[in-house]
Design a protein around this ligand. Structure first.
Ligand code: NAD
Ligand code: DAU
Length: 357
């Protein structure tokens, strides 16, 4: 089996669903703390799939991680677990240091203890894949080339600094202990099951609810958008064929200013779900105070991943954003659960006495 951490979150949830969508895939042990961002309703379709084993717990819990690795004879770990929202990191950085730095350290130590005791052939084929972000490279000026794997780290927010720290730990565990690690640094993901604190799902749901669409500052900050299922296929490819100790940037060449993204969403909604009063959803756009330390531009150069491992994204931004808007229109049960908080009630009921498996 493989161990996925943070598999009840946005990208981890999509990854688990995609992985188990292959009938011949190995099983998944899914370790997740179920913070506000963890949502088991995302994984509801797996409720009778015995290849999915959910374990409620923290990557910081060394004993728990070690016991899961041993019990399920894990052959690879994919680490998604993290605090992931930049604005939350500005309001309260403590949880980011605890999970992203201390948690990654404890996870690495448990994995190292397990891996050290494996027979030689299993030791060789074992993999630890760490999922990271382009934000570790800092912010680009308009004329700068896109981030490549050799860009220096210049994280600017508490979130990106904590992710940069975790990347350094992963690198050091390879260099010093020989742990077979791989790191991916990807750009902004979007797609199904995205928690509506992030720009794209927030704008879709606020638009439908008749609420303001908040644009930080002048809305000209640039992000490079990657459809989440393309990210999942890249991770599978790196896990399968990546060179040990290497990092791979993942992106799909879709740089867009935030304001353009919001206008695109509004015009898709205008055609799929026109407003009764005939106005455009764009009339709900509202400029609000900028994010402190807001990075101006991210862009990912994914040439290495394409050249060395033959990976290519399947979606353009135009196809991916249309699918995403349609998904939110078609899955109001999921979104209502998130907006009302009822997904948390269920988690509370089910896991009030954590049963680590
Ligand atoms: P998310 O916030 O949606 O999900 C994070 C998941 O991790 C949640 O299910 C949460 O319950 C779980 N978790 C948090 N702390 C934990 C802990 N201590 N132990 C176990 N589980 C814990 O995040 P996401 O957007 O799915 O991001 C996944 C990973 O990808 C993160 O490492 C993030 O830094 C990275 N990343 C995200 C993006 C993006 O655009 N979303 C882009 C680049 C990199
Ligand atoms: O680049 C990868 C990163 O992308 C990941 O590492 C992070 O986990 C992920 O959250 C994301 O970070 P961003 O800060 O880029 O994503 P967010 O959706 O929060 O914001 C996208 C852009 O939109 C950013 O420039 C801020 C802006 N924004 C965001 C929100 C929530 C607004 O203008 N208004 C908003 O209400």
């Amino acid at each position: 089996m493989i161990l996925v951490t943070g598999g009840a979150g946005f990208i981890g949830g999509n990854f688990v669903l995609d992985w188990l969508g292959n009938p011949s895939a190995e099983g998944v042990v899914n370790l997740d703390k179920l913070t506000y961002a963890g949502n088991l309703t995302t994984l509801q379709s797996l409720s009778s799939d015995t290849r999915h084993v959910f374990a409620h717990g923290d990557i910081s819990n060394y004993e728990l991680v070690l016991s899961l690795l041993k019990k399920h004879s894990i052959r690879a770990v994919v680490n998604f677990a993290a605090e992931s929202h930049v604005d939350r990191s500005i309001h309260g950085p403590g949880d980011f240091i605890q999970t992203n730095v201390v948690g990654t350290f404890n996870l690495l130590e448990a994995v190292r203890a397990y891996w050290s005791d494996l027979p030689e052939s299993e030791k060789k084929s074992f993999r630890f894949l760490h999922v990271s972000t382009d934000e570790v490279y800092g912010s680009l000026s308009p004329a700068d080339p896109a981030f490549s794997e050799t860009n220096p780290y210049e994280p600017n927010s508490p979130y990106s600094a904590s992710k940069a720290a975790s990347d350094h730990l992963v690198r050091a565990w390879h260099h010093t202990y020989g742990l077979p690690v791989l790191t991916t640094n990807c750009s902004n993901n979007y797609g199904p099951y995205h928690f509506p604190e992030k720009l794209i799902p927030l704008v879709i749901l606020n638009a439908l609810a008749g609420k303001p669409l908040p644009i930080y500052g002048d809305g000209q900050q640039i992000r490079d958008w990657l459809y989440v299922k393309d990210h999942c296929s890249a991770i599978r490819r790196v896990l399968e064929a990546g060179k040990l100790g290497e990092t791979y940037n993942v992106g799909s060449w879709n740089e867009k200013p935030n304001l353009d993204v919001v206008h695109t969403i509004c015009s898709i909604l205008d055609s799929l779900r026109p407003k009764a009063d005939g106005t455009s959803y764009a009339s709900q756009i509202t400029y609000v105070k900028d994010r402190p330390g807001h990075d101006r531009r991210y862009a990912i150069d994914a040439t290495k991943l394409e050249r060395e491992l033959g990976w290519k994204p399947a979606e353009t931004f135009e196809t991916g954003i249309r699918k995403t808007v349609q998904w939110y229109l078609d899955n109001q049960g999921w979104t209502n659960g998130v907006l009302s908080g009822s997904y948390r009630d269920w988690v509370q009921k089910q896991y009030s006495n954590p049963t680590d498996q």
